[in-house]
Design a protein around this ligand. Structure first.
Ligand SMILES: [Zn+2]
Length: 420
């Protein structure tokens, strides 16, 4: 692996969601503009057609003028609506996209990972990942704190490249770099589900109806079914039947069996011990709804289901992990995988594949090479020459095994180890 060239492709592998989230937001703005245009211009076209089809428009000047005024008013209304939408949703989203692409583009001109610009860039990236991790784990305050604190650094980082005068406030910049708003939304909707209210989640489903349908996601049905179950639990049979007709039946093509089962639920009390109905009444369904909602919104925003920080660490841990990491005897002080906390995270990543090994001393963690030879004791244990030099100087030529101090020998008994 070359150390002196920046692996831009590798870095970009992690950055897709970073660029995609604002893109998806902009797509929503675009779609709703398009819908407005189609609706209003369609009406104008129809009105124009009606006018053109009139055999003798000059007979009814007043009506013709009125129709024309109506058309003008429609187009003006459309223009107002589009410009409002652009101001309130379009432009801010575009700004976010620009800021993020600039942040990503900044590394393309860097020659090597050893330049200070890259270190600064990577620091910002780490902050983004920390904010992402905090947000996913419900630590919004921490996320906001990191964002606000580090926002200043992002700003000064940009200051060397661009003119500061037109730069927005630091806080705005960091808002563009992390998805705090998205996660505030997630939080709000999940809190509602925790309070056993589907209203907010259903509103979210209806905002994203087309996208959810495209993904064949059935979160909406699950939410509707839950509202139905709650009616059944409360003994509101009539309301439950009306609810089913209105909200469950439209799903009969794909969820027929579940709808039939839901109907039968009305014959069972919440205290039933009959398996399928007991499961429907089970309050843990709410926890499952929260999980399904989270998966759906991550999926829609193309966010990975695991924190980016973990994904990045997996990659790093996989390149270091050795069987030796999990043996207390062979742990290395300087190896992150040997650390018990990180070792847990590394449990599921594959072992690293080393074509060229670097041998390190397990006592000092220092590299053993021609300048610091590996030396073997008569008991077969190997440590670096530096370790033994140090011991021999202190103990009049005697050295011992750092793992078992009772095992001693003379310095002269050590043998050099050559790796082939
Ligand atoms: Zn290790």
């Amino acid at each position: 692996m070359s150390q002196d060239r920046l692996n831009v492709d590798g870095i970009m592998l992690f950055e897709q969601p970073f660029a995609r989230v604002p893109y998806e937001n902009y797509r929503k703005v675009f779609r709703s503009s398009q819908k407005n245009i189609e609706k209003e211009l369609g009406a104008v076209q129809n009105a124009a057609k009606d006018l053109a089809n009139k055999e003798r428009p000059e007979d009814d000047v007043e009506a013709t003028a009125k129709a024309l005024d109506g058309m003008i008013a429609r187009v003006e209304g459309l223009k107002r609506k589009l410009s409002d939408m652009q101001e309130s949703a379009g432009k801010p989203t575009l700004d976010v996209m620009r800021e993020r692409l600039q942040h990503l583009g900044a590394i393309e001109i860097l020659e090597s990972p050893n330049v200070p610009e890259f270190t600064r860039w990577a620091d910002v990236r780490l902050d983004r990942w920390l904010v992402d991790w905090s947000l996913r784990n419900g630590k919004e305050k921490t996320a906001r704190m990191i964002a606000a604190e580090k926002g200043i650094e992002v700003r000064s980082h940009h200051a060397c490249v661009h003119c500061m005068a037109s730069r927005p406030l630091a806080r705005d910049i960091i808002k563009k770099i992390v998805d705090i708003d998205l996660f505030s939304d997630i939080r709000r909707i999940e809190d509602a589900l925790n309070r056993k209210s589907c209203t907010e989640a259903l509103a979210w489903c209806s905002e994203n109806k087309a996208a959810l349908r495209k993904l064949k996601n059935t979160l909406e049905f699950d939410l509707r079914l839950q509202e139905y179950i709650e009616l059944a639990r409360a003994g509101k049979t009539v309301e439950a039947m009306a609810y089913s007709k209105k909200h469950l039946l439209p799903w009969q093509e794909t969820h027929f069996y579940q709808i039939v089962q839901a109907a039968a639920l009305l014959c069972y009390r919440p205290s039933t011990s009959c398996g399928p109905y007991k499961r429907l009444y089970d309050p843990s369904r709410w926890t499952m709804l929260i999980q399904s909602f989270r998966l759906a919104i991550y999926h829609l925003s193309t966010l990975p289901t695991e924190p980016l920080l973990h994904l990045a660490m997996y990659a790093g841990l996989a390149s270091l992990k050795l069987p030796a990491c999990y043996n207390h005897e062979t742990r290395n002080v300087d190896c992150p995988v040997c650390n018990s906390d990180l070792g847990v995270l590394a449990k599921e990543v594959p072992f690293s594949h080393h074509v060229n090994s670097t041998i390190v001393c397990r006592s000092t963690g220092k590299i053993m090479d021609a300048d610091n030879m590996p030396m073997a004791m008569p008991n077969g244990q190997v440590y670096s020459k530096e370790v033994f030099d140090h011991m021999a100087a202190k103990n009049g030529g005697w050295v011992f095994d750092p793992r078992n101090p009772a095992d001693r020998c003379r310095y002269t008994e050590l043998r050099k180890v050559f790796i082939s």
